[in-house]
Design a protein around this ligand. Structure first.
Ligand code: ATP
Length: 330
């Protein structure tokens, strides 16, 4: 009920009377008052005025289940929410929830991770109170070899949502570094990690995890050159729950588009328009070889199309390589 009352307060411009709330939810006015007091204790600024009712004037920057539920406008993405003040890794939490039968769209969110991870065993810096660590559980009925494209579907959704949330940025600065990083002004703002539990020809479930540096003001020495946060780039703090709700909305729509064709056909335009590598010289770092090429864009299956110095074009598969700029990270 806390989330519902919060939602009602949010959606009402003026005051909502205790009577209105108690009638709407079929509870006593004392019960309503208790919830309001709890919200105030949680850091919500709710004004209570005699003969008028309640009015919300401020919210804390928290990602609790109540806060997220009160902002979520989706049908299935992020409707079942698990919040952890501390988690080892939200991907690990979601994998376990998936094994235990949690529904498609279950979202795990943590304020801090003790074992945040990146691709190929790398780690993800995960301090508390300033970033988003979240993972969504998916149960797609597609062939396992198509699941890696979900990384691109999420990258597209995160970039679109951030462009909506931080209008003052102007569109050009939020971009995607193929395949899985979100970039602002050439630095890494967010990373995406997709993991799968599958049989040879059947997916049990897929976990798509996202880490976003929101209000971080500084980074460890080794990341200073490449990492940044929304706060550092736009000069003001941004509420994390709002960003999560927007990402879930964009993801729900984009996931449906992906399922129509089971590839990137309907998302190519949006993804490519935000692709930082497009029309740039890149270094392809593979296990067997490293070379320089001209990146042209992605194909329908989400591979990066590059043109080598000798003019030959080829599609590079994300699972096998890292991509860097010729002079730096992008
Ligand atoms: P590659 O392109 O080589 O595959 P990546 O950019 O996809 O790398 P990920 O595996 O997604 O990298 O993320 C892990 C890497 O991201 C770490 O090795 C580290 O360099 C960097 N990193 C770790 N934590 C953060 C953070 N909070 N913000 C930005 N970058 C980070």
């Amino acid at each position: 009920m806390k989330s519902e009352i919060l939602k009602l307060l949010r959606e009402t411009d003026g005051y909502v009377s205790g009577q209105q709330i108690s009638e709407k939810f079929g509870v006593s006015r004392t019960a309503v008052w208790k919830v309001i007091r709890q919200l105030q204790e949680d850091g919500y600024q709710v004004e209570a005025v005699r003969n008028k009712g309640y009015h919300i004037v401020g919210s804390p920057d928290v990602m609790t289940r109540e806060e997220l539920e009160s902002q979520m406008k989706t049908r299935w993405a992020g409707k079942n929410i698990m919040y952890y003040a501390v988690a080892d890794s939200t991907n690990l939490r979601v994998r376990q929830l998936g094994d235990e039968g949690a529904p498609h769209g279950t979202l795990a969110v943590a304020d801090r991770q003790t074992d945040g991870r990146g691709r190929r065993g790398r780690s993800w810096e995960s301090p508390e109170g300033s970033s988003i660590y979240m993972s969504i559980l998916l149960r797609p009925e597609i062939a396992p070899d198509k699941a890696p494209m979900l990384t691109l579907v999420m990258a597209c959704s995160v970039a679109e949502a951030l462009r909506m949330c931080v209008e003052s940025f102007g569109d050009a600065q939020v971009q995607i570094k193929w395949p899985n990083d979100i970039i602002i002004n050439g630095k890494k703002l967010a990373g995406i990690l997709t993991e799968m539990s599958a049989q040879v020809d059947y997916i049990n479930h897929v976990t798509v995890g996202v880490g976003i540096n929101v209000n971080m003001e500084e980074f460890p020495e080794e990341l200073r050159q490449t990492a940044t946060s929304l706060r550092l780039e736009c000069g003001h703090t941004v509420k994390r729950a709002t960003i999560i709700a927007r990402i879930m909305e964009r993801f729900e729509e984009n996931y449906d588009k992906f399922l129509h064709t089971e590839d990137m056909t309907e998302l190519m335009e949006s993804y490519t328009s935000m692709l930082v590598n497009r029309d740039r010289e890149v270094r392809i770092l593979g296990a067997k070889e490293q070379y320089q090429a001209h990146a042209l864009g992605i194909n329908r299956t989400g591979e990066l199309i590059v043109r080598r110095a000798d003019g030959t074009e080829e599609a590079v598969y994300a699972g096998e390589v890292s991509v860097r700029g010729v002079y730096g990270y992008v």
